[in-house]
Structure formats: C-alpha cells, structure tokens
Design a protein around this ligand. Sequence first.
Ligand code: SF4
Length: 651
Amino acid sequence: MTFEKLFSPFTIRDLTLRNRIFSTGHMTNLVRDGSPSADLAAYHAARARGGAGLIIMESARAHASSLSDQPAINASVDACIPGFAAVAEAVKGTGAALFGQLSHAGRVTYALRQGRRLVTYAPSSSPDDRFHSTPRAMPTAMVEELAAAFGTAAGRYRAAGLDGLEILASHGLLAAQFLNPRVNRRQDRYGGSFENRLRFLRECLAACRAAMAPEMILGIRISADEMEDGGLTSAEAIEICRSLAQDGDLDYLNVTAGSMAGLAGSVHVVPPMQIEHGYVAPLAAAMKAAVSLPVFVAGRINQPQIAEGILAAGQADLCGMTRAMIADPEMANKAKAGRLDDIRACIGCNQACIGHMQMGVGISCIQHPETGRERIYGAPAPARPAKKLLVAGGGPAGMKAAAVAAARGHRVLLCEAGAQLGGQVLLAQSLPGRAEFGGLATNLAREMVLAGVEVRLKQSVDAALVAAEAPDAVVVATGALPRAVEVEGRDEAHVLEAWQVLQGSANPGQRVLVADWRCDWIGLGLAEKLALDGCHVRLAVNGPHAGQELQMYLRDHWVGRLHRLGVEIIPYAQIYGADADTVYLRHSASGEAIVCEGVDSLVLAQGHSPDSRLETALADCGVPLILAGDCLAPRSAEEAVFEGLEAGLAV
Ligand code: SF4
C-alpha cells in the first residue's frame, strides 16, 4: 500500500504540513508548575521525529477560573512561555508543525484544590451527569473577561513561536456549553438566540486572531455529535460551524464526537476497542460537505490503512492518530517506508494513556512503556558485554524482556511451554469485541523477530535446560494460575473456572452466575460472552461496581452493552457457597446473605496466584534470576510489559 493521500502535503494559509497525520491535543500529566516540562518536550519530539505532520499540544487554561490542582498548563500567565518555547524548539527541527490548544472546562470538572471541590463556572447553573457539578452562572462581565483572556493567552503562543492555536469547543467543555440551548439558559447577550449563544466563542476567536501573528493558524475542535442526552446534535454542530466560518477568523475545523457531560457521551472522548475504527469519519464528511473549511477528524484511527481510506473517500483532510502514536511514536515513518507489519498498533485498551491521565500520573502505553518516559528509556544502552539470556515464558512480560535485551545486543532464547505465544492475552482476545487485544501479543512477537530472539514453543524450562544452555541470567516470566477459593457445597453444584468458559471447553447451561473477584475485564467479558450465547447471566462483583478496575470509558461502554443484553449485576457480592441450583453470596459491606436461586452453573473468576514453580526449582541453580510480571504478583498486562522492559534492561 502506498498511502498516496496520507503522505501528500496539506497547506493551510501559508503553512504546509508534510503529511496528513496529526496528534490531537491530549492531556499527558507531563506538566510541572503550570508549564510544559522537559518530559513533555521529549514526548512530543519523539512523535515529531517519528513522522507526524502536526502535533497539537494539550489544552492550556486561559483563565484562573479553570485552574485546579490538576497538572494543567496555565496559559493565563507569562511563566508558561519558556515551556511552550522548549516544546517548539524540540518539535520544529523535525519537520512537524506545532499548535497549541486553549480550553475552559466550565461545569465538566471535579476541580479539586487540596481535596476540596472548587466552585465551577458555566453559562448557566445547569448540572452535569458525570462530575455532578452544579455550576454558578457566570456574570456577564466574567464572560467578557474570559474571552479577552483567550486572546491574551494566544499572544503567549505567539511569543513562544508556535505555528497555530486551537480552541476547544468540543466534548461539552465551556464553549460547547455556551453553544448548547439545553445548557445555556442565559438571558443576556450570551444566551437565548442562536447568534447570542455563539457570541462567546466568536469573541474568543476574534481575540485570539487579533493577538496571533498573521501567519499563525487558528482552528476549533468541535464534537460533531455529542452523543449524549441533551448534547449538541450533528445538525446543530454543522449550523454553528457554517456560521463561524463566515467570520473569516477560522482556518480549520477539528471534528470529534462525545461530551464529558454524561457517561454515554464520555465514552467517545477516547473511544475504547469495542467501538468501530474511524467511526467519526461520516460526521466529518457531513461537516466537510456543509462548510468550506479544511476538516480534521479523529476517533479510533489506529492504522494508516484506515486513515488512507478516510482521506481517499474525501471524508476529511487530516487524520488524528493520537493513540496510534502513543503506542508507536514511529508509526508514520514505518507506514511511509512500507513497514506495516512493524507498526505497534494501538489496541484501544485505554489503560495507560487516558487511564493514567485520570489517575493523575504521566501518560504511557501498556504496549510501549517507554512512552512518557522518553528521557529515561528513550535510548537504551547497548549490551556491554553481550551476554546470553534465557527467558522462561512467552507472555507479555517474557516477550518484552526478550525483545528489549536482544535489541540491545544480547543473545536471547525464549522458551514457552505452550504451543502459542501470548499467555493470558490469548484468553483475553477470545472475549466478544476484544479480538484487538491479541495485538499486544502479535506486536511483541514481531518485536522479538526484529530484535533476533530465538523462540522455542512447547519447551518448558527446568534446571536441566538451564544447565544445558548455560545462560548468564534467566528471566522468569511464568505468569499466574487461577486462584483456588473455597466454595461451600461445591461438590453438589456445577462449578466452572473462568478459563473453561473462555476456552469453550465446558457447557454452562442456561442460567449462569459469574462470581467476579477482580472486577475487571474477565468478569465483564465472561458475562457478555455467556449472554450472547443465550444464557441468563447474573454478574456478582466483589466491589461497588462491575469493571471498577478498568478505565471508565471502557468500563461504561461495556456495562452499557451488558445492560442491553439483560445481564443482572450484583455489587458488593463475595462468593461463599453453592448447591445444585442456588449460589450463596455475602454482601461485602453488610455481611448479610445474598441468595441467588435458579442457577445452573457458577463460574468462578476469582483472580490468580503467582506461578512460582520455576522460581522455586531454579532457586539454587547458580544463575541470576530476574522475575517479571504475574509470577511476581498477578496484576495486569501493563505491569507485565513494564517489568519486561526493566528485565530486558537489567542484563
Ligand atoms: Fe492504545 Fe492502550 Fe496504548 Fe492507550 S494504552 S495507546 S489505548 S494500546
């Protein structure tokens, strides 16, 4: 595939982008004291060197009323300028362009300061359904002050030498709140009529345009459909953009979907793997047909083939491939060189990118833990001297350790007892809508091939093999085994382990109860699989809600699917017993019994125990052991891959 469109230049005003790939503005938590940090500069520089045409830096706050303890860039003071300039310096020598972004959250924020919730300000006192914020309506003078502050902040981007600026009117943020007649119930000149509701954004744009250098690019990001009850519709978004385009201040429209005002719309802020690739493109196409401005689009465009298809169909002019480049900073260069098999495609798990952001830690990627840590792991030291490494286990931890060590120059032999590489990934990918998760294994397998790792399948590691191979070190990455739990009356009941259902090796009957201890993908996935197979499913979770360990957009979308399938979710439920057709649970807060009658099968998803058998067997073998992943303690694929990286660097 040649990617004729994707790698054709694109000109906006006098700025020519080298290709049609861009990174959308996204929060990284790589901000220190209100300014972009050296880590943020290194993070964007890696994507710019990797071939992106345009980087849009994360949104900065233009006004003090949008600041909280969250590590956001404070563009309301000049102190941000050196940080912006450092990112510009790091990015611009690479051939990529750099834009900034300005926003105000309005009502859609927790806005904490030292644990206290701050007062939020919005067009009207309209509460939202995600953050449960009841904002204060902004006085008219405050609205005017904010619009002016956007202009002052734009001047700081000019001073730092950026190529352009984007105002966020997307995702139910403040500008979108003004635009929306169901949210904006003001009586002054910023509310009521269509023109009045557009006035705030118009004034922001005019103030920015006045403060920016003439050659700088100015755009907006807008949700072409907020996909939320009461959110902006596609028709409204098009009408708004058509009107704004007539002013002449705007250079482009960056089309996305979703809104942070509710849980349904929030899913589309960073859509998870169950959502179709490139699904926002038809909305962008409708916008492009109605408004004569360049249109950018994003939303699950994780492979260059998908981007090329969107561009070739004329649905948009540029494709946002943010997570594609979080997972593989070199994605664009690899696509251009025709190295498609070498691209580490994003699998849409949301765990370490948006998931980390929501946990308040720096951005990363479960497949590529070097992301966000470029200054630590960006240039691994070559092996001095080259050694021989034996890796036991072909799951994510073992594969990452092998690939990293071999890429550094070590001789690496990886042995996997099973017939296939992947470990628990092989089970995860068998769940409905989770096939893409298998990419984690195929991507790591490819990295091993590129690094020259020798792989032996159906080969267990034991003391005899270690003696025969005489490695300098052994990486033990043997994973975990299902955790055995006591279930009273188990002998009278039909009890299955999760893996038996995942592998399709047992008949669960019609009425199934899944007892889910981990509250993660296993319980949700089992429940969905069984419901799709026609079973009546109850999902009893040992926590406040199903999927509580998952990133919220993934979780909420999944819980919505289960609801549609009629799965009954029982929270705060610990398993303790079963008989022929009844399962006995204990409410984990009250201790009271929860009795579930009419159950054909109880499926246990009770977590894992470390597989320590090899560690024990090799304890006295005289070769250094390095443990990585679930055999240390069962956790998720993110920890496994990260510990694989560290193991591969430790030799
Ligand atoms: Fe993609 Fe998951 Fe990596 Fe995020 S953490 S970039 S969703 S693979």
